[in-house]
Design a protein around this ligand. Sequence first.
Ligand SMILES: Nc1ncnc2c1ncn2[C@@H]1O[C@H](COP(=O)(O)OP(=O)(O)OP(=O)(O)O)[C@@H](O)[C@H]1O
Ligand SMILES: [Mg+2]
Length: 231
Amino acid sequence: MVILEFGEQMSILVKFENATLMQEERPVVSGVTVEVSKGEFVYLLGKTGSGKSSFLKTIYADLPLGMGSATVAGYDLNTIKPKDIPYLRRKLGIVFQDFQLLSDRTVGDNLKFVMKATGWEDGSKINARIKEVLNKVGLESKEGSMPHELSGGEQQRVSIARALVNDPEIILADEPTGNLDPETSEEILRLLKGIAESGRAVLFATHDMMVYNKFKSRTLMFEGGKVNQSN
Ligand SMILES: Nc1ncnc2c1ncn2[C@@H]1O[C@H](COP(=O)(O)OP(=O)(O)OP(=O)(O)O)[C@@H](O)[C@H]1O
Ligand SMILES: [Mg+2]
């Protein structure tokens, strides 16, 4: 269900207006007014417990919105029906700190698993898409490898490839470099910046000030139950 009015800027992918983020019926961040457009790379910064993950979870409809309004990739979070949540999530690619790969199957089969769960049926299209996304993250030679045969950075690149399979409009990355060394973190950051530049929005929650200082970008600072913005 696309709710954007004709003429409204289609380039705005995330729009929160005076929204409250909730955890277990408890408001954790209030007055969130944020717009993120196609092509933007936005950091979410703030100390532990400040609400960065809560914001990302609200965007992928894992937490209910409190007060205010929000639209994500054309879906209104106040009125979205449970049956539409999987369709919203297909427009999102989600990357976590701990990669969350299935350890009992190859890289290719990890991607295939997600594709089958999201409606892909044609085997040759699946195989072609797997090659395409692995190529995007520089891992075309690792399709037959098991996750434990890869370095942490490579595993994270597989999870980014997995996030890209359905050509999402928005990438949500929650501390994606949290388990990686500085050099590998920088690689992952470059990859995600490139993905934003290719016309997606990337929201990147991090504690990693090394990464942040190296690549300045627009920032949402979570602090004292609020979000402050800087460019
Ligand atoms: N599953 C949960 N149930 C109840 N409260 C939660 C839950 N997860 C987080 N919270 C609370 O919500 C608030 C915001 O937490 P959140 O996880 O969004 O912070 P964060 O900025 O992502 O922190 P971190 O940097 O440690 O990941 C905190 O007060 C936290 O205790
Ligand atoms: Mg968090």
